[in-house]
Design a protein around this ligand. Structure first.
Ligand code: COA
Length: 254
């Protein structure tokens, strides 16, 4: 990943001790080898409690780091929280059929009020630790060019990356630049362990973005999605924290 200047709000989260607990399978085997049969129900009870606690600790660590919506800065972009003033631009850009056609959750036509409704819910979704949704804006001109976000599953310490860039701005590396910054925020500020993304088979440009930010191909869910009466393959990519860390060490991030 190229070294960019990221000014990120929020607290740095150190590693999660909970995920370093011995895997349950190992504990279970160790107990079976050493614990008398009569005590096994008690051991299983405590294993269940430990597992649930570990999940809750992961959840709390991530949500505790989400007290202020971040603003991320890259070479050419500023990713910032949306405001209601962005709604007309969101409607104009996301209202393009080309944006809806390759996404699972953007309506077409993009009716009046939809952008306001979406933006109005963002602060609460962030506070609840469910999502980070950011406006992609040009650093020089300040204009809105797209949106990017993470949908978070805090208990599993993972998130799904999603993005769109307005059609006039395609092909200039903006999605890649924004996605790099959000992946960095997800691992370094939220302390996530895994970030995944998927694209329709008919949308190789998005797959290319996933490759360029260091995600690995994980498989294809054939005809998983039905978009406008057409069955679409969903192609899965993801990057793990450990992969991100070694990817970040490479001089050119390639
Ligand atoms: C997918 C999308 C976000 C890409 O945005 P972008 O800013 O143009 O992306 P980038 O410029 O960072 O990178 C695009 C890459 O795809 C490549 N690409 C473009 N069209 C392609 C095609 N038909 N086949 C293969 N690669 C293609 C580009 O060459 C570029 O790769 P490169 O840098 O190696 O040359 C944008 O097209 C979009 O918003 N589409 C509609 C919404 C959407 O699909 N969102 C993603 C849902 S998973």
């Amino acid at each position: 990943m190229t070294s960019r200047d990221f000014a990120v709000g929020g607290q740095l989260t150190e590693g999660l001790w909970a995920v370093r607990l011995p895997p349950r399978a190992f504990l279970s085997l160790a107990c079976r080898a050493t614990v008398p049969w009569g005590l096994m129900p008690h051991v299983n009870f405590w294993l269940t409690i430990i597992k649930r606690e570990a999940r809750m600790i992961r959840h709390d660590e991530i949500t505790e780091s989400m007290h202020e919506q971040p603003t991320l800065q890259t070479e050419r972009l500023i990713l910032r929280p949306f405001t209601l003033a962005d709604a007309p631009d969101v409607q104009c850009l996301a209202g393009d059929r080309a944006i809806a056609s390759t996404t699972g959750n953007i309506a077409h036509p993009y009716e009046d009020g939809m952008a306001e409704q979406w933006i109005s819910g963002q602060a609460e979704r962030f506070r609840n630790g469910e999502a980070v949704e950011l406006a992609v804006t040009m650093r020089a001109e300040g204009c809105l060019i797209g949106a990017i976000g993470l949908h978070i599953h805090a208990e599993a310490s993972r998130a799904e990356l999603g993005y769109w860039i307005g059609k006039p701005y395609w092909g200039q590396g903006y999605a890649t630049e924004a996605a790099q910054a959000v992946v960095q925020y997800g691992f370094e500020e939220l302390g996530l362990n895994r970030i995944c993304a998927c694209h329709f088979g008919s949308n190789p440009a998005s797959g290319r973005v996933m490759q360029k930010i260091g995600m690995a191909y994980e498989g294809c869910r054939r005809q998983h999605f039905c978009k406008w009466e057409v069955f679409e393959d969903c192609v899965d990519y993801a990057i793990l924290r450990s992969e991100y860390e070694s990817y970040r060490e490479q001089p050119d991030g390639a």
